[in-house]
Design a protein around this ligand. Structure first.
Ligand SMILES: NC(=O)c1ccc[n+]([C@@H]2O[C@H](COP(=O)([O-])OP(=O)(O)OC[C@H]3O[C@@H](n4cnc5c(N)ncnc54)[C@H](OP(=O)(O)O)[C@@H]3O)[C@@H](O)[C@H]2O)c1
Length: 294
């Protein structure tokens, strides 16, 4: 049962129809928290000049930005749009939140790293984004923190949800259409269920709002626990879904060229999240089973 809480005041969520935004709004509403969602039909975030007015008139205690240009390959040829949504819009949001004096939460990505590490990345490890998406998301982090140092930025990875457009649903669709699926086996990361990310986000705003935890801004890594390759992840999806008539074939990144380069290893250590906010993400296998059984 979800405990009803009202200590956070009002929350404005950009990206209300996205994987993470919709889950945050679902949780907040279930808790009885006053919340407002916004998507492109409410405000087109490429219209940067309108963002300040929108935030000031919403007059919320927290703003959570789940909107972004998330199409990693398309971003390679849509640099301007990517910059508008991933840098200029969050920068304008942070500045407006600073003016209003409200809290601001924003999301970034494991793709800020080049993937050459062999151990989980910490928040202060050197970044070296290889794609337009990674570069604009990193520039967005810098812009947000320079406008509002108390902003909280959650770097996450490999996000999926029951209904969103994501790897899990793509693999399930391909399994219905084909007898064989080739999946990259030399990229390692941590699948993250949007519901879990939403729960940690909402827990943290409650913890700060009640004064139980000191508000500490900056970058925090938040991903499902454990690590796996896309190939192994696909096999787990098939196993849990009882699909045994599709051949899953491991291939290399070189065999599956994409416009945007991906990091080979982008596992993120969540230690800081636990140390500062006493939050832990579930093991990815448990989250996947929960998602596919729901
Ligand atoms: N998905 C991943 O694997 C992943 C990995 C690492 C980090 N992240 C980060 O996590 C955050 C949430 O990701 P997600 O997977 O929830 O993203 P998502 O499902 O792609 O949702 C993005 C949202 O942004 C909205 N949006 C796009 N263009 C807009 C515009 N011009 N004006 C207003 N809204 C606009 C979309 O609206 P429409 O629905 O109308 O298009 C959608 O609601 C993002 O910051 C992302 O960079 C995601």
């Amino acid at each position: 049962m979800i405990e009803r809480k009202n200590d956070v005041g009002k929350v404005l969520v950009f990206g209300k129809n996205g994987q993470v935004g919709s889950q945050i709004l679902y949780l907040l509403s279930a808790q009885g928290v006053c919340c407002q969602g916004a998507d492109i039909e409410d405000i087109d975030l490429t219209d940067i000049d309108k963002i300040r007015e929108f935030i000031l008139s919403a007059n919320s205690n927290w703003v959570i930005n789940c909107a972004a240009h998330t199409a990693v390959d398309r971003a390679q040829s849509e640099e301007q749009l990517s910059h508008a949504l991933n840098v200029a819009a969050p920068e304008a949001m942070a500045n407006a939140c600073a003016e209003l004096g409200c809290g601001f939460i924003h999301y970034s990505t494991d793709y800020v790293f080049d993937g050459t590490s062999s151990k989980p990345y910490a928040e202060d490890d050197s970044v070296n984004p290889q794609s337009v998406y990674g570069k604009t998301k990193y520039a967005g982090e810098r812009a947000v923190l320079s406008g509002l140092p108390s902003a909280i930025i959650f770097r996450t990875a490999w996000v999926y949800s029951k209904d969103g457009s994501n790897f899990v649903n793509t693999m399930l669709r391909l399994a219905r259409e084909r007898s064989e699926i080739s999946v990259v086996d030399d990229q390692t990361g941590s699948p993250t269920l949007a519901d879990d990310l939403a729960r940690v986000t909402v827990n943290i705003i409650h913890k700060i709002s009640t004064g139980d935890f000191e508000h500490q801004g900056g970058v925090f890594h938040v991903t499902g626990k454990g690590e796996i390759t896309w190939f192994e992840f696909c096999k787990a999806i098939m196993r849990i879904s009882n699909i045994d008539d599709v051949n899953i074939v491991p291939i290399s990144t070189a065999d599956y060229p994409t416009p945007a380069p991906r990091p080979g290893y982008s596992v993120l250590s969540n230690q800081k999240l636990t140390d500062v906010y006493a939050e832990e993400m579930p093991q990815w296998q448990d989250s996947l089973a929960r998602c596919l059984s729901g």
